[in-house]
Write a protein that binds this ligand. Structure first.
Ligand code: ARG
Length: 365
């Protein structure tokens, strides 16, 4: 029996992939949903739809690994692609690797993903699949058939695929623990201001507390390990940073993004925790690095962000960059305090046993 493994979110695109693959002669269909911190309703919706579609369904919890192996390296590299802390981008490599491993162990004859031909994720997903499962072919039905949203909705209704509310969805949203991306609909007009309703993790200026809050993040070798003295796991600390910075409306990003295929697109993000943790990390690096290290690390970080954006997570050049970044992290230990207020953020204090600062030398007295 020919076996297709669909990398499944339960959204419109991946849902229509199921009947499409049956039409292509795959008798055995597996769907795998990789949990990188998308809303639990999305995960359960995927499970429900898989049941209705009678696929062999699996959910893989990759949240802790995503936090420690993908988000933390983004902190070391002060992840910043023209203002975007790379939330969707750094999740794709782990989704691809988990799917590749699952496909190999379950004897898949083909991988199927729901990417269109317009975005970056088609590359990011396929690089990971090619690297970890080079012998299994990849099918991208939406891209290959050049299928439009309206065609997919009409097709799903015709074949009785469960798309429920998907057809009324105004925004295309991608979410993981490192951030939320919102696009599509009226947001495609860069001259249209994002409505308050697109945001879920961050308060707007009005709703944010009227008092500033100072939060202290402790780092060990570049890893954030505690907030206000309270220790957290990598996943927990990102969630806690999201909560605090989001409360104060920090981390909304509205930008023009240059995609890999050459398209310029308008994107909205909310990445409160990422913005807070990277700002604090950067401030600590500024205290413990030499001038030459600092100057060079800006260039390394920029290259890192370009590669991460392109999904070249396991590229040899990425390993080279990570080696330099890791060497610097060996002294990025200490504490940084950041004041949050009404969408703004200011570093107020920093200290480290590795500080290269000498008050005696710098003092005016
Ligand atoms: N453009 C962003 C990136 O390439 C994120 C796109 C996420 N997708 C979405 N449907 N919101 O990293």
């Amino acid at each position: 029996m020919k076996h297709a493994l669909i990398i499944f979110s339960g959204g419109l695109d991946t849902t229509v992939c199921v009947p499409l693959m049956r039409e292509q002669g795959f008798e055995r269909i597996s769907t795998v949903c990789i949990d990188v911190g998308q809303p639990s309703e999305d995960i359960s919706q995927a499970t429900e739809r898989a049941q209705i579609l009678k696929t062999e369904h699996a959910v893989i919890d990759a949240k802790e690994e995503f936090a420690s192996q993908h988000c933390f390296p983004a902190i070391y590299a002060n992840a910043d692609y023209y203002g975007y802390p790379l939330s969707t981008a750094i999740a794709r490599p782990i989704i691809a690797r988990k799917a590749a491993e699952f496909g190999i162990s379950h004897g898949a004859d083909a991988f199927v993903h729901g990417c269109t031909g317009k975005g970056n994720d088609q590359f990011r997903i396929e690089y990971g699949l090619r690297l970890f499962a080079p012998d299994i072919p990849i099918i991208a039905p939406i891209r290959e058939g050049n299928l439009t949203r309206s065609w997919e909705i009409e097709y799903a209704e015709r074949v009785g695929a469960p798309i429920g509310q998907s057809k009324d969805k105004i925004w295309s949203i991608d979410e993981n623990v490192w951030g939320r991306s919102i696009e599509g609909g009226r947001l495609e007009d860069p001259n249209y201001a994002p409505p308050e309703e697109i945001f879920q993790w961050t308060n707007g200026f009005v709703a944010a507390p009227g008092e500033p809050q100072e939060v202290t993040v402790s780092f060990e070798n570049g890893n954030p390990v505690a907030v206000d003295g309270k220790p957290f796991s990598p996943l927990q600390i990102i969630q806690e940073a999201n909560r605090i910075a989001g409360l104060h409306g920090v981390g909304r990003i509205d930008m023009m993004e240059d995609r890999m295929i050459g398209l310029k697109v308008r994107e909205n993000y909310e990445c409160p925790g990422a913005m807070l943790l990277v700002a604090a990390h950067k401030a600590l690096e500024a205290l413990v690095t030499t001038h030459a290290e600092r100057r060079f690390k800006v260039l390394v970080d920029q290259q890192w962000a370009e590669l991460a954006y392109q999904g070249l997570w396991w590229d040899p050049f990425m390993e080279d960059l990570n080696a330099f970044i890791a060497s610097v992290q060996s002294r990025v230990s200490g504490e940084v305090s950041v004041r949050l207020f009404k969408g703004g953020m200011q570093v107020t204090r920093r200290s480290s046993p590795w500080a290269l600062y000498s008050e005696a030398a710098a003092s005016f007295d």
